[in-house]
Design a protein around this ligand. Sequence first.
Ligand SMILES: Nc1ncnc2c1ncn2[C@@H]1O[C@H](COP(=O)(O)OP(=O)(O)O)[C@@H](O)[C@H]1O
Ligand SMILES: [Mg+2]
Length: 256
Amino acid sequence: MAVILKLDGVSKSFARVETNDITTALAEVNLEMKSGEFISLVGTSGCGKSTMLRLIAGLIQPTTGKLSVNGEEITGTSPSRGMMFQTHTLFPWLTVERNIAFSDRMAGKHKEKASVDEVNRMLKVIGLDSFRKDYPAQLSGGMQQRVALARTLICKPEILLLDEPLGALDSFTRMNMQDEILNLWKENKQLVIMVTHDVDEAIYMGTKVLVMEAHPGRINAAIDIDLEYPRNRASAKFVEYRRQILDMLHFGHKED
Ligand SMILES: Nc1ncnc2c1ncn2[C@@H]1O[C@H](COP(=O)(O)OP(=O)(O)O)[C@@H](O)[C@H]1O
Ligand SMILES: [Mg+2]
C-alpha cells in the first residue's frame, strides 16, 4: 500500500530538570514524504535527526503539531514503521540467524517455513551466511550492525527508519551495503528515511537530501537529487551536489 507521511508544525522540546531550561530538539517541521522516496537526513550532531525518526516511529509524542500516515495520526509504534536504532541491540543469547528470524516472527509476517527462506536471503544480503550460527559477541561491531540492519529489513515495513545504519562499517563493506539497501528499496518501493553523517552516502542513496541545523533543530534545505541509479560518485553533477550540501553544513557551524 502506498503511504503518505505528513508532519504538520511538528516541534519537540525536552525539559532539563537540572538546569531548569528547555532544549528545542525540533522546531516547526512541515514535511510530506511518500512511498518510493528515499530521504537522506544530514546535519550536525544534536540537530534533531534521531528525534525526528523517533517521532515518526511513534516512540515519542510531539510537543506541538501532528504526524500522520495517510491521514491517520501517529499515536504509537507500529510494525508498518520499522526502525533501526543508532545504538542497536541484538539478543546476545541468540545466534545471528535466530536474531534475524525472531524479528520477523515478532512482526507476525511469516509462518515458520517462509521465514526460513527470508532469513537465508537476508543472510546473503548482509554477506554473513557463513556466520549464521555465531553469537553477537563473536562478531565485529560492523558485523553486528549488519545483523541489526537485516532484522529491520526482513520485516519489510512500509516506512523504514534507519539511524546511521552503516556507521560502523569499513568503506568497502559500506558501499556494498548501500547497494544492497537500494536494491531492496527498489523491490519493495517503501518510504525510507535514513540518517547519515556521510554526505556522499546521502547523495548516492537519496531521492532527496534534507539538510538540518541545530539550535533549534530544523530543516534548512530540501534538495532533490536528480540523478539516475546507480549513481556515479565522480560525475560532475554528483560533485556539485556534494559541494552545495557541504557548504550548507559549514554555514551551520559558523552560526553556532
Ligand atoms: N530524551 C531526551 N531528553 C533530553 N534531551 C534530549 C533527549 N533526546 C534528545 N535530546 C536533545 O535534543 C537535541 C537533539 O537530539 P538528537 O535528535 O538526538 O540529535 P541528532 O540525532 O541530530 O544528533 C539534542 O540537544 C539532545 O541533547
Ligand atoms: Mg542521532
